[in-house]
Write a protein that binds this ligand. Sequence first.
Ligand code: F6P
Length: 530
Amino acid sequence: MSTRCDRTEAWAALAGHYEAHGREFDIREAFARDPGRFESLAFEAPGIFADLSKNRIDTATLHFLADLARECDVEGRRDAMLRGDPINTTEGRAVLHTALRAPRDKGPHSDEVHRVLDAMLGFAEQVRDTAASGIRHVVNIGIGGSDLGPQMVIPALDAFAHPGITFHFVSNVDGHDITPVLRRLKPAETLFVIASKTFTTQETMANAQVARAWFEANGGTDVARHFVATTTNVQAAAAFGITTTFGFWDWVGGRYSLWSSIGLPIAIAIGGDNFRQLLAGAHAMDRHFAETPVARNLPMVLGLLDVWYRNFHGFGSRSVAPYHQGLRRLPAYLQQLEMESNGKSVDANGEALPFGTSPVVWGEPGTNGQHAYFQMLHQGTDVIPVEFILVKHPTHGLSDLHDKLLANGLAQSQALMLGKTAAQAAGEKAPTASAELDAGTLSRHRSFPGNRPSTSLLLDHLNPHTLGALVAMYEHRVFVSGAIWGINSFDQWGVELGKALCNDLLPRLTSGQTEGLDGSTAGLMRRLRG
Ligand code: F6P
C-alpha cells in the first residue's frame, strides 16, 4: 500500500514549491519569461489537443506532480483497475468499464461483453428500421448513471442521429417530468427503455409503472414489444413483465455505464457502427491512459492539475464551458462522474482525510454562460479554473456563427488570463457609465484581476470517436485525482441516508404521523399536508 498523499515527500516538495512559486504565480509573467510556454504545456491524446498554458503551473510544477503520482503509485492503481482487481473494496467489486470498449478478445470478460453488445446493436438496428418497427419515439426511464450518459451523448451526436426517431428522457420522480412526455406519445409508436442497474431505484420503478399504466390505458397491447430493460437485475425486469432485457454486470459502475447496455438509446439514435466508433474512441483513450508516461499522459496531467488546484491553491470548484450546444448536458454528466466518485471524506481504509477532495463541478455551454455567471468568473472573489471545450469543424454550414462561437471561447480564456488594470480601464471610454461617478471609482469597477486559470480542450470534430475519447479522458482523470487522494472512487454510500429517510417519511405523508421527527421536518410536513 502506498503512503497517503499528504505524507509523501512529493507533497512536501509541492507545498514548498507552492510557497516559493505557486501562491504568487502569474500566468502573464510566465508567458513573458518563456516564449515556448504554449508548446511545452500542450498535450495530445486521441482526438484531443489540450492547452494547459493558461494555468498556474510550469514544467517544474508538473515535475513535482509527476513525483506525487509516482509516490502514490497511481500507475500501479491504474493497472490494478485495468486488470480487474477488486479495487472497489467497500463493495468487493472490480471496476472494468474499460472492458466494455475493448475490441473482441482483447479485454477481460470479452465473450459476455461482445455477446450483449452484438445483441443490443442488433436490436437497435431493428428499432431503427422504423417502417418495420413502427417506433417513432424512444423513452428512456432511468436516473443518475442510467440517464445522464445517454442524455448527454444523444444531443452531442445529433448530426449522426436517426431523423425519424425522437428521444425522451424521464428521470425525476416528479410527475412534471413524465406527464408532458406521455402527452406527446402514441403507444404503438413508442418504445420504453427501463434503465436501471439495480432495477430497484424508487424513481425509475415509479415512472416505469406510470408508463405501463399509461400504455395499457391508451390501447397499447403488446407490453413485451414496447418495453425493454437494461439492467444487471434480469429477474426483477422479468417480474415487471419485460421479456427483452440487455444485461450488464456489477463491475460496471452506474456512472461509468453508458458503454454498456445502458447505451441502448444511444445505439438506437446513432446506429451500431457509430456506437462501435464511440467505444473505439474510448478504447483509444484507454490505451493512451494505460501506456503513455505520466508526464505526457493527458488524464494523468489533468487529474494532477486538479489536485494542485484543490489542495495547494485551495480552489473549491471547476467550471466546464463546452462551446458546442450539443454538449449542453456534459456539465451535468461530469457532476455525477466527478462528485459522486470523489466526493468522499475518508480514504479507502475509512480513515478521515484532512485535505479537500472533489471540487464542485458545474457549467453551461458557451456562449450562454457568458451572459449569466461569467461575471463572477472574471471579477468575483473566488478563483475558479475554467475548462473550455472548442470544436474546430461544426456539422452545420453556418460558418459565420461558428467563427463567432470560437472567437468568444478564445476571448473568454484570454480575458480571464489577461485581466485589465484600473489604469487601462481609466484610459478607455465607458459610454454607459454614470456621468456622476469619479474616474477612479469607475475604473476600479471596470478593472479585472486576470491571472485566472483555464484549460482549453480542442477537438477537430465532435463525432462518436472523439466523444468517446473525451468522456473516457474525464473518467480517467477522475480516477487519477481519486487515486492520489487514496479514496474509493467507485462507491457512493453518501446517497444512502436520504433514500432510507425517504422510505420512512413516505408513509408519514399519508398518515400524518410526525412523532419522533425533528422539529423542522415535522413542521414542514404539517404544512405540506394541511
Ligand atoms: O443514487 C445514486 C445511484 O445509485 C447512482 O450511483 C446510479 O447511477 C443511480 O442511483 C441509478 O441507479 P440504478 O441504475 O440502479 O437505477
